[in-house]
Ligand binder design. Sequence first.
Ligand code: SF4
Ligand code: SF4
Length: 359
Amino acid sequence: MSRELFHEISRRDFLKLCATVTAALGLSESFIPRVAEALAASAAKPPLLWLEMGSCSGCSTSFLNSDAPDIANVVLNILSVRYHETIMAAQGEMAEKVIEDTVKNEAGKYIVVIEGVIPTKPGYGMIAGKQMADVLKEVSGKALAVLAVGSCASFGGIPGASPNPGGVKPVSEIIGKEKVVNLPGCPANPIWLLSTVTNYLLYKSLPRLDRYGRPLFIYEQSVHDNCPRRASFDEGRYVERFGQPEEKADYCLVKMGCKGPETYSNCPQVRWNGGKNWCIGSGAGCIGCVEPNWPDQFSPFYDRLPDIKLGSVRTTADTVGAVLGAATVVGLGAHAVVSVIQGKGFGKHDAGEKTSKSE
Ligand code: SF4
Ligand code: SF4
């Protein structure tokens, strides 16, 4: 399928992509040749079945529109894509037979990508006359791995938000967690799918996961810890209103509702659209789209976080601004600042995480 639909990638773009994937995997530059070899030597070509359940097709769109480098082209060349409703030519019974044959003849060898939620109320989501939950069970039973791509498949996402009329569930609540790798994001970044597949090609095993089933190499560190606006946060420089020069001058967006302190992903490092830019880079706060309880516990998106984790304490944006601003003037380090906040009773010790925290 891939050869007819996708143009070849240039060597320059390919090497750039290998460098990006190597960095995304947390490997040193010396691994770039090994990553290039894994991506170029596609002889094994694990079969891939990509099924869209209850979704807006946003993750497919994000993946298929990736360019410079053309991630879709690379993934579709290293895997043997048998089924993808949006791009396949086959339809009807012929398309369903592809699934049937792959499950029957390549047990334990094929990868399943699931995009979207699984409705549990009868009639809310059907494929070829079958309930989506039944299709998922049939297809995933003999799969090598199931990649739940996007926030819907991973955690329920927007369709799973209250009041959830279809009783939708994420993939792991239908088939168990055992072989599921969650790649949340609304949509998921194409580089997350490529780096997860590359990790498998390199090590012949699934990546280490956090307690929410997300690869640690993608979702271990907070957006806040690696944000280019972090120096502004630390020094008390905040955007107070959108459209002002401070936004362009990389002031911190926490007062505009940025959820970066409670969000764990490598967005600041890999960014979007071939590394060109990302949410915070364009002046919008992070809305926490990769987290398990998103969007319910992260909305309204422009409301400030009620408190912020700073070292071992929780405090507020206003307190951080006041204390850190003063601390900068007298030259206090971050540790001393935390002590100041604790000592003044501005913050409280963690009573438990509000959202996720990678393990
Ligand atoms: S609050 Fe948001 S904009 Fe500010 S430093 Fe943290 S992640 Fe960056
Ligand atoms: S920066 Fe935040 S909102 Fe933007 S894609 Fe990353 S996790 Fe989602």
